[in-house]
Design a protein around this ligand. Sequence first.
Ligand code: ATR
Length: 286
Amino acid sequence: MINGRTKTCGLIGNPVEHTMSPTIHNRLSEMLHTNLVYVPFHVEKNLLQEAVEGAFALNLWGLNVTVPYKSEVLTYLKEVDPLAARIGAVNTLVKTEGGYKGYNTDMPGLFRALESDGIQIPGEHIIVLGAGGAARAVTVLLAEKGAEEIILCNRTIEKAGKIADEVNGYMGRNVVRVLPLSGYEELKGRKYLAIQATSVGLHPNDQDAIILDKDFYNLLHTGYDLIFNPSSTRFMKLTEEAGGRAINGLKMLLYQGIISYELWNGIQVSQESAMEIYKLLKEEMG
Ligand code: ATR
């Protein structure tokens, strides 16, 4: 029931038409009896500043930010949370006096998702596939959460090198090393967690995987794909065929939303409520 006290939150991005975030936030509000509504806002390429300033002027309580604005939006914020600043990407804005404060809930969301599936980071040897914005964020998170070793594998080795130099620099230890996509032969001798952080295999390119060679998948105890559409990617299928455990990115989507909701409302969402929302997201995915 919308009334004069309803708080409005939303998503800015381009495109936003396929988002599942309204399900997360509107259903949470229903379940928790919060007077809050969440709507998508399609923002044209040259209108981001106007959108953020206009949202503030309209007293929008909070915003999520998606592709392609997660980095560009940093310019228009009053304050940025330190983790989001290190990652270089913001996906959540919280209204404060005089402007919005930016947070990154994607990475804490991934961490909660990993935890909820019993996947440990401290002391772990982890392969990250890719060196774009998502892979960069994952690498920052894993380094900060105490991974023993992060092997950053990418087609363009220079891009991986840049991330490794930066993260090793501020961590004060050589936790990240780089490898070309074809270089996994040298990783034999132990089993790894691999996080697939490229767009390869995303619907409708369901048959693609960043690495197709079975030998690579024999190295993995777990293959974690940030993609959730399709719900089982080729990367995940190859992981399972080699005897590993495969998980998609739907829980990361869930928890980034839950953490945004917690920031906007100053509450802790219970695990029980989170799982109810997860069920709805799975239904929505078909
Ligand atoms: P995002 O910022 O969303 O993570 P991105 O910056 O477009 O996405 O990064 C995409 C990543 O997927 C890059 O690491 C890219 O490899 P390059 O750095 O060599 O470009 C990787 N990628 C995309 N398509 C690929 C393909 N067909 N084979 C191998 N890697 C690919």
